[in-house]
Design a protein around this ligand. Structure first.
Ligand code: ZN
Length: 158
């Protein structure tokens, strides 16, 4: 095994996971007792598939905006550079089931959205790179495999 890295996901064997899945990637305790829970929301099988950038970018805008209608303590939701998933961080919510529900509700919002929020040059850094339809396809695909979200490693499903 290679040396232990600082970043939790760099210690994850990406050849052993079975996407799609939702995995607790780590917790960070604050000095005042607050805990941040960071989740790895994996849409695509690493090194086999990935999301195309315009759809991924629009999905990012919509998940960032819509998820906050369903949860009051979201720190951040942001895409992975490898384009296979998102990281979601929340404060003081230890419930895995709550996160599953949050992701489901947010993706369902994406399916019925009529426009991508904030896809203009004032509110976004690359306003030309968006696809509402692309985002909906990704959301639909992820939702259709909801029963697989809690299975993280390939061995578990055998
Ligand atoms: Zn943007």
């Amino acid at each position: 095994m290679t040396k232990k890295m600082n970043v939790e996901s760099f210690n994850l064997d990406h050849t052993k996971v079975a996407a799609p899945y939702i995995r607790l990637a780590g917790t960070t305790e604050g000095a005042n007792g607050d805990t941040i829970y960071k989740y790895d929301i994996r849409f695509c099988q690493p090194n086999k598939e990935h999301m195309e950038m315009p759809g991924l970018h629009s999905l990012e805008h919509m998940m960032a905006e819509f998820s906050r209608n369903h949860h009051s303590q979201i720190v951040d939701i942001s895409p992975m550079g490898c384009q296979t998933g998102f990281y979601l961080s929340v404060i003081n919510d230890e419930s895995y089931d709550a996160i599953l529900s949050l992701v489901e509700k947010t993706l369902k919002d994406v399916l019925v959205a009529n426009e991508v929020p904030a896809c203009n040059e004032v509110q976004c850094g690359w306003a030309a790179s968006h696809s509402l339809e692309g985002a909906k396809e990704i959301a639909e695909q992820m939702l259709s495999r909801k029963d697989e979200w809690t299975t993280i490693f390939a061995e578990e499903s055998r």
